[in-house]
Write a protein that binds this ligand. Structure first.
Ligand code: SAM
Length: 221
Protein backbone atom coordinates (compact mmCIF):
# COMPACT_ATOMS: atom_id res chain seq x y z
CA UNK A 1 0.00 0.00 0.00
CA UNK A 2 1.11 3.58 -0.47
CA UNK A 3 2.18 5.89 2.32
CA UNK A 4 -0.46 8.31 1.07
CA UNK A 5 -3.24 6.21 2.57
CA UNK A 6 -1.72 6.73 5.98
CA UNK A 7 -1.31 10.48 5.93
CA UNK A 8 -4.68 11.21 7.52
CA UNK A 9 -5.91 9.88 10.87
CA UNK A 10 -8.65 7.89 9.18
CA UNK A 11 -12.36 8.40 9.10
CA UNK A 12 -13.94 7.32 12.40
CA UNK A 13 -17.15 6.41 10.60
CA UNK A 14 -15.23 3.92 8.46
CA UNK A 15 -13.73 2.50 11.62
CA UNK A 16 -17.16 1.94 13.16
CA UNK A 17 -18.34 0.33 9.93
CA UNK A 18 -15.41 -2.10 10.15
CA UNK A 19 -16.26 -3.14 13.72
CA UNK A 20 -19.94 -3.55 12.82
CA UNK A 21 -18.97 -5.73 9.87
CA UNK A 22 -16.77 -8.09 11.91
CA UNK A 23 -18.81 -7.95 15.12
CA UNK A 24 -20.19 -11.48 14.88
CA UNK A 25 -16.88 -13.21 14.19
CA UNK A 26 -14.05 -11.69 16.23
CA UNK A 27 -12.96 -13.01 19.63
CA UNK A 28 -11.06 -10.67 21.95
CA UNK A 29 -8.51 -12.16 24.27
CA UNK A 30 -6.42 -9.79 26.40
CA UNK A 31 -6.56 -11.21 29.94
CA UNK A 32 -7.83 -9.08 32.81
CA UNK A 33 -5.70 -9.48 35.95
CA UNK A 34 -8.29 -9.55 38.72
CA UNK A 35 -5.72 -10.11 41.46
CA UNK A 36 -4.13 -6.83 40.47
CA UNK A 37 -7.47 -5.01 40.50
CA UNK A 38 -8.49 -6.52 43.84
CA UNK A 39 -5.49 -4.90 45.48
CA UNK A 40 -6.89 -1.46 44.61
CA UNK A 41 -10.67 -1.76 44.21
CA UNK A 42 -13.69 -2.94 46.19
CA UNK A 43 -16.62 -4.85 44.73
CA UNK A 44 -18.57 -1.57 44.82
CA UNK A 45 -15.99 0.42 42.87
CA UNK A 46 -17.31 2.14 39.75
CA UNK A 47 -15.63 0.62 36.70
CA UNK A 48 -15.96 2.02 33.17
CA UNK A 49 -14.95 -0.32 30.35
CA UNK A 50 -14.27 1.92 27.37
CA UNK A 51 -14.32 0.14 23.99
CA UNK A 52 -15.87 -2.87 25.69
CA UNK A 53 -16.67 -4.75 22.48
CA UNK A 54 -19.25 -7.48 23.20
CA UNK A 55 -18.65 -7.11 26.93
CA UNK A 56 -16.16 -9.89 27.60
CA UNK A 57 -14.46 -8.08 30.49
CA UNK A 58 -17.72 -6.52 31.76
CA UNK A 59 -19.14 -10.03 32.04
CA UNK A 60 -16.04 -11.31 33.82
CA UNK A 61 -16.14 -8.52 36.42
CA UNK A 62 -19.88 -8.84 37.04
CA UNK A 63 -19.36 -12.58 37.44
CA UNK A 64 -16.69 -11.87 40.06
CA UNK A 65 -19.07 -9.78 42.12
CA UNK A 66 -18.28 -6.24 40.98
CA UNK A 67 -21.63 -4.44 41.05
CA UNK A 68 -20.96 -1.14 39.27
CA UNK A 69 -19.47 -1.97 35.88
CA UNK A 70 -20.55 -0.26 32.67
CA UNK A 71 -19.28 -0.89 29.16
CA UNK A 72 -19.31 1.62 26.28
CA UNK A 73 -18.53 1.00 22.65
CA UNK A 74 -18.80 2.79 19.31
CA UNK A 75 -19.95 -0.33 17.43
CA UNK A 76 -23.72 -0.89 17.50
CA UNK A 77 -23.25 -4.48 16.36
CA UNK A 78 -20.77 -5.36 19.11
CA UNK A 79 -23.09 -3.84 21.72
CA UNK A 80 -25.96 -5.88 20.21
CA UNK A 81 -23.83 -9.04 20.41
CA UNK A 82 -23.23 -8.35 24.11
CA UNK A 83 -26.98 -8.26 24.68
CA UNK A 84 -27.68 -11.31 22.52
CA UNK A 85 -24.92 -13.61 23.74
CA UNK A 86 -24.38 -12.41 27.29
CA UNK A 87 -27.55 -10.52 28.29
CA UNK A 88 -25.50 -7.36 28.91
CA UNK A 89 -26.75 -3.77 28.74
CA UNK A 90 -23.73 -2.19 27.13
CA UNK A 91 -24.01 1.42 25.96
CA UNK A 92 -23.51 2.46 22.36
CA UNK A 93 -21.95 5.89 21.78
CA UNK A 94 -20.92 7.45 18.49
CA UNK A 95 -17.79 9.07 19.90
CA UNK A 96 -15.88 9.35 23.19
CA UNK A 97 -17.23 12.89 23.62
CA UNK A 98 -20.70 11.33 24.08
CA UNK A 99 -19.69 9.58 27.29
CA UNK A 100 -22.40 10.88 29.62
CA UNK A 101 -20.55 10.12 32.82
CA UNK A 102 -19.86 12.87 35.37
CA UNK A 103 -16.27 13.98 35.72
CA UNK A 104 -14.38 12.62 38.75
CA UNK A 105 -16.94 9.83 39.30
CA UNK A 106 -15.13 6.66 38.19
CA UNK A 107 -12.77 4.46 40.22
CA UNK A 108 -11.27 2.56 37.31
CA UNK A 109 -11.26 2.87 33.52
CA UNK A 110 -10.44 -0.20 31.44
CA UNK A 111 -8.95 0.43 28.00
CA UNK A 112 -8.32 -3.00 26.56
CA UNK A 113 -7.07 -3.28 22.97
CA UNK A 114 -8.65 0.06 22.09
CA UNK A 115 -5.60 2.29 21.55
CA UNK A 116 -4.52 -0.17 18.84
CA UNK A 117 -7.74 0.79 16.99
CA UNK A 118 -6.93 4.53 17.05
CA UNK A 119 -4.10 5.26 14.60
CA UNK A 120 -3.65 8.95 15.37
CA UNK A 121 -1.73 10.30 18.35
CA UNK A 122 -4.00 13.34 18.35
CA UNK A 123 -7.12 11.18 18.71
CA UNK A 124 -5.49 9.02 21.36
CA UNK A 125 -4.56 12.07 23.39
CA UNK A 126 -8.09 13.47 23.08
CA UNK A 127 -9.53 10.15 24.31
CA UNK A 128 -7.11 9.99 27.24
CA UNK A 129 -8.03 13.55 28.23
CA UNK A 130 -11.71 12.57 28.36
CA UNK A 131 -11.09 9.35 30.29
CA UNK A 132 -8.75 10.99 32.81
CA UNK A 133 -11.40 13.61 33.53
CA UNK A 134 -13.90 10.83 34.37
CA UNK A 135 -11.56 9.35 36.99
CA UNK A 136 -11.86 10.31 40.64
CA UNK A 137 -8.67 11.61 42.28
CA UNK A 138 -6.53 8.47 42.72
CA UNK A 139 -8.69 6.65 40.16
CA UNK A 140 -7.09 3.90 38.06
CA UNK A 141 -6.47 3.53 34.35
CA UNK A 142 -5.84 -0.06 33.26
CA UNK A 143 -4.50 -0.32 29.69
CA UNK A 144 -3.79 -3.45 27.70
CA UNK A 145 -2.25 -2.89 24.26
CA UNK A 146 0.74 -3.37 21.98
CA UNK A 147 4.18 -1.87 21.79
CA UNK A 148 5.98 -2.17 18.44
CA UNK A 149 6.47 -5.88 17.76
CA UNK A 150 9.94 -7.24 17.11
CA UNK A 151 8.62 -9.76 14.57
CA UNK A 152 5.28 -10.97 13.33
CA UNK A 153 3.30 -10.11 10.24
CA UNK A 154 2.77 -6.42 11.04
CA UNK A 155 6.29 -5.38 11.98
CA UNK A 156 7.55 -4.98 8.42
CA UNK A 157 4.47 -2.90 7.47
CA UNK A 158 4.79 -0.17 10.06
CA UNK A 159 4.30 3.37 8.83
CA UNK A 160 4.55 6.78 10.42
CA UNK A 161 1.38 8.88 10.43
CA UNK A 162 1.29 12.58 9.50
CA UNK A 163 5.09 12.81 9.54
CA UNK A 164 5.10 12.60 13.34
CA UNK A 165 7.99 10.35 14.41
CA UNK A 166 6.14 9.50 17.64
CA UNK A 167 3.18 8.27 15.56
CA UNK A 168 5.09 5.26 14.24
CA UNK A 169 3.68 1.72 14.10
CA UNK A 170 0.58 2.30 11.97
CA UNK A 171 -0.36 -0.55 9.62
CA UNK A 172 -3.22 -1.44 7.33
CA UNK A 173 -4.87 -4.87 7.16
CA UNK A 174 -6.28 -6.28 3.94
CA UNK A 175 -9.63 -6.81 5.68
CA UNK A 176 -10.01 -3.03 5.43
CA UNK A 177 -8.88 -1.41 8.65
CA UNK A 178 -5.91 0.53 9.98
CA UNK A 179 -4.43 -0.40 13.35
CA UNK A 180 -1.33 0.64 15.19
CA UNK A 181 1.29 -0.54 17.63
CA UNK A 182 3.08 1.91 19.89
CA UNK A 183 6.51 3.29 20.62
CA UNK A 184 7.27 3.00 24.33
CA UNK A 185 8.08 6.71 24.36
CA UNK A 186 4.61 7.54 23.06
CA UNK A 187 2.81 5.51 25.75
CA UNK A 188 5.04 7.16 28.38
CA UNK A 189 4.06 10.56 27.01
CA UNK A 190 0.36 9.64 26.90
CA UNK A 191 0.49 8.62 30.56
CA UNK A 192 2.46 11.63 31.74
CA UNK A 193 1.12 12.95 35.05
CA UNK A 194 -0.22 9.52 36.08
CA UNK A 195 1.65 7.26 38.52
CA UNK A 196 2.48 3.86 37.08
CA UNK A 197 1.59 1.20 39.69
CA UNK A 198 2.41 -1.83 37.61
CA UNK A 199 3.52 -2.81 34.14
CA UNK A 200 4.01 -6.23 32.60
CA UNK A 201 4.46 -7.92 29.23
CA UNK A 202 2.21 -10.80 28.26
CA UNK A 203 1.82 -13.12 25.32
CA UNK A 204 -1.58 -12.83 23.67
CA UNK A 205 -3.31 -14.02 20.54
CA UNK A 206 -4.56 -11.14 18.42
CA UNK A 207 -8.18 -11.25 17.28
CA UNK A 208 -6.84 -12.71 14.03
CA UNK A 209 -5.11 -15.53 15.86
CA UNK A 210 -1.49 -14.29 15.66
CA UNK A 211 0.80 -14.58 18.67
CA UNK A 212 1.89 -11.14 19.85
CA UNK A 213 3.46 -9.47 22.86
CA UNK A 214 1.15 -7.09 24.68
CA UNK A 215 1.76 -4.75 27.59
CA UNK A 216 -0.52 -4.06 30.52
CA UNK A 217 -0.18 -0.90 32.57
CA UNK A 218 -2.07 0.04 35.70
CA UNK A 219 -1.72 3.76 36.42
CA UNK A 220 -3.15 6.02 39.10
CA UNK A 221 -4.45 9.57 38.55
C1 SAM B 1 -10.08 -5.29 19.88
S1 SAM B 1 -11.63 -4.78 20.45
C2 SAM B 1 -11.48 -4.98 22.20
C3 SAM B 1 -12.81 -5.08 22.90
C4 SAM B 1 -12.74 -5.24 24.42
N1 SAM B 1 -12.07 -4.13 25.03
C5 SAM B 1 -12.09 -6.53 24.82
O1 SAM B 1 -10.89 -6.52 25.14
O2 SAM B 1 -12.78 -7.57 24.83
C6 SAM B 1 -11.55 -3.03 20.21
C7 SAM B 1 -12.85 -2.31 20.55
O3 SAM B 1 -12.63 -0.91 20.53
C8 SAM B 1 -13.76 -0.28 19.96
N2 SAM B 1 -13.30 1.01 19.44
C9 SAM B 1 -12.48 1.23 18.43
N3 SAM B 1 -12.26 2.54 18.28
C10 SAM B 1 -12.96 3.15 19.24
C11 SAM B 1 -13.14 4.51 19.62
N4 SAM B 1 -12.53 5.51 18.97
N5 SAM B 1 -13.95 4.78 20.65
C12 SAM B 1 -14.55 3.76 21.31
N6 SAM B 1 -14.42 2.45 21.01
C13 SAM B 1 -13.62 2.16 19.98
C14 SAM B 1 -14.23 -1.24 18.90
O4 SAM B 1 -15.57 -1.02 18.55
C15 SAM B 1 -14.00 -2.58 19.59
O5 SAM B 1 -15.10 -2.96 20.35
Amino acid sequence: MSDERLTSPGDPIDHRAYWDRVARTKQFTHPLDEVLLEAHLSRKSRILDFGCGYGRTVKQLLGSGYTDVQGYDTSKELVARGAREHGLSLVHIDAPSELLVPDASVDCVLLFAVLTCIPSNTEQRALLDILRAKLKPNGLLYISDYYLQRGGPEAHRYHTLDGDPMNHGVFHLDEGVTFRHHMREWIAELLQGLTILSERSIEVLTMNGHAAEAFQVLARK
